[in-house]
Design a protein. Sequence first.
Length: 388
Amino acid sequence: MPLSCKGRTIVEGMDDITALGLDTMEIQTVRIVQPQHFDQYWQAGILSWKTEFEMNLHGPYYAEILGNRRERNRTLSKMESAIQAAKVINARHITFHVGPYGSIYSRGPEANEQVANVFSGVVDRVRELWGDETKDEEHIAFPWLIENNPALVGVETSGRQELWGTLDEVLEVCNHVDGTVPVLNLGHIHARGHGSLRTSEDFGELFDEVRERLGGKKFFCHFSGVEHRMGNALHYTQIKKSDLKFEPLAEFLAEEGDWLDVTIISDSPLLEHDAMFMLQQYDRAKHRLLEKKARDERNIDLALKAGLDPEELAARTKAEKEKRIASEQEAKKSAKDAAEKKTKKTKKAKKADEPKEKAKPKKSAAKGAKNADLMDAGGSGDDDDDIF
C-alpha cells in the first residue's frame, strides 16, 4: 500500500500507483492472510483484470519449510491461504520464503531436494486452481483463472547466512521445478555477498548467470537499500542511504535491457517514493545513452566530412577531453593551494597578535601595584585606627 495513499483499500492503492506512472503492485501478507480482506482482494482482482494492471502477492514472511513435520505443515497451511488470496486477486507471481536450515537439514543437496519437493506440490496446487475448465461455474467470478496462465511461484533469495536461499540454491530449485521462478531480492544478494553489487558489470554478471542457468528473459526482482554486516542483511533502508545504489542497475538496464523483461518491486521503507526514484534514475540512464549515441554519430559525420578515419577523430576528441580535464584539475588544485596558503597566513597573524594581548594585563597589573604602594605611603600611621 503506497505511503501517500489517503485510503486504505487495495483498489485505492492501485489508483495511486497508476497516478504515479507505475504499473505493478505486490500485496504483502506478512504473517497470515486475513479472510476479512478477501472482498477487497476480489475488487482488486476485477480491476487488474479489466485494466491489465499487474498484481502480485508475497506469502507470509516467516516460513519453516525445512523444519520438522509440525513446523512444515504450519508453513504449508499459510502457503495455501496465500494461494487462495492470489487466486482472488489475479496475482501473476506468488512469492515465498523458505526459512532457516533448521536442525534436520543443513546446507547442501538434501535441503535443496526437500525445498524442491515442497515447491513442486505448491505448483501442482496452483495449477489445480488455474486453467481447470471443469470448474467454470465455480470460477465464474474469477474469469482470469480460465483465460490466464497459472500464476508463477516465486522462490526468493534470502539475506542472512542461517537462512536457505543463496542465489545458487534458488537457481538449483527453479531449474528442477517447472512453474517456479527465482525472485531476485537484490538487497539480499548484495548483503550475502558482502556488498557485491557495486557496478553495472556486477549486475550484468548476475543477470547473465541467471539467464545461462535457467534461460528466458523475464526477471522478477525486489530492490531496496540495505544495511548489512558480516554477510547478513540487518534491515532495509532508503536507497540514498545505502551502499547498494540503483544507478549502476539503471545503466545496465538502459544499455543491455533490450533482451530483458524485468519487473522491479520496491521493498524500501519509502515504498513508492523510492519506486519513483528508481524510475527517474532509469529515465536518466536512457537519456545519457541516447546522448552518447547522438554524440558518436555526430563524430562519425564530422570525420567523414573532414576526410578522417572515425577512430582517428575519436582519438583526437579523447585526447582533447583528457587535456581539458587535466587543465580543470590543475586549476582546481591551484585554487585549493591558494586557499590553504591564505588560511595559513591568517593563522600566523592570529598567533602573532596573541603575545601582545597577554602583555597588556601585565602592564596594568604593574600600574596597580605602583598605585597601591603610593596609597600605603600616604596613609600610614595611627590615623587609620582612629577612623574605625
